[in-house]
Write a protein that binds this ligand. Structure first.
Ligand SMILES: C[S@@+](CC[C@H](N)C(=O)[O-])C[C@H]1O[C@@H](n2cnc3c(N)ncnc32)[C@H](O)[C@@H]1O
Length: 220
């Protein structure tokens, strides 16, 4: 962490970071871990989850645009979390909490089934090469967890700048019986989703950005 990140960490950690019981790895979530989100936020409200929030470039403006929702962000890289905390503090956002842990495990273990109104995964993992497909966040097993956690008509919003990964998402999620592709193809860019530094790099390198939105199927 640089000095500014350390200052932000010290100043805002207690206000925004939710500690969860760990498994064997420092970023894992213990089996049986439980968080009372209404208590953490001081109110019951629709729950939005972001996995891989980075420096909070999407998280902060998108949470600010949804003051009626409680937004839980998962990020494993502490310097990025510290930058996020600084931003949340400066902007006075009260409806965000951050968990420094693997979001795939967090989603599965820390949320009741049917309780998440939206899940955001924007440029969330680096495994765009075909040979790394086993490490990809998006796949059949994770989609099963997402379907279980989404509330009725809940939405999963995704974005990636890797065509191969985008096509992989379509292949797995279009075929999932618990999900409906809201746009029957690529989604229009969500107006509230800003161009993050990470996305700008992909665009500068000539890559196209693919957005997707899935809804929990009624029968799920
Ligand atoms: C490429 S960055 C994009 C960050 C942000 N979404 C944006 O658009 O600027 C991906 C981030 O996701 C985090 N990440 C990847 N997989 C994760 C997981 N399973 N749980 C929590 N964080 C994760 C990485 O540490 C990294 O900071």
């Amino acid at each position: 962490m640089n000095e500014s990140q350390m200052r932000s960490w010290d100043r805002y950690r207690d206000r925004f970071v939710v500690d969860v019981p760990r498994g064997s790895l420092s970023t894992s979530v213990a089996d049986g871990a439980d968080v009372d989100w209404a208590q953490e936020f001081g109110r019951a409200a629709p729950l939005i989850v972001e996995i891989g929030s980075g420096a909070g470039d999407s998280l902060a403006p998108m949470a600010a645009a949804r003051p009626d929702a409680n937004v839980v962000a998962f990020e494993v890289f502490e310097p990025a979390v510290a930058s996020t905390l600084g931003r949340l503090g400066r902007e006075g956002l009260e409806n965000v909490r951050v968990v420094v842990a693997d979001g795939a495990q967090g989603l599965e273990k820390l949320f009741d089934d049917g309780s998440v109104t939206e899940l955001w995964t924007f440029f969330a993992d680096p495994w765009h090469k075909k040979r790394h497909h086993k490490r990809r966040l998006v796949g059949q097993d994770f989609a099963d967890v997402v379907v279980a956690k989404l509330a009725p008509a809940g939405l999963w919003r995704l974005a990636t700048d890797w065509e191969d990964y985008a096509l992989w998402m379509r292949e797995h999620l279009d075929a999932h019986p618990g999900l409906v592709n809201v746009h029957d193809g690529w989604a229009p860019r969500l107006a509230e989703r800003p161009v993050t530094k990470y996305e700008a790099k992909g665009l500068a390198a000539g890559r196209r950005v693919y957005d997707l939105t899935y809804r929990r199927a009624d029968a799920a």
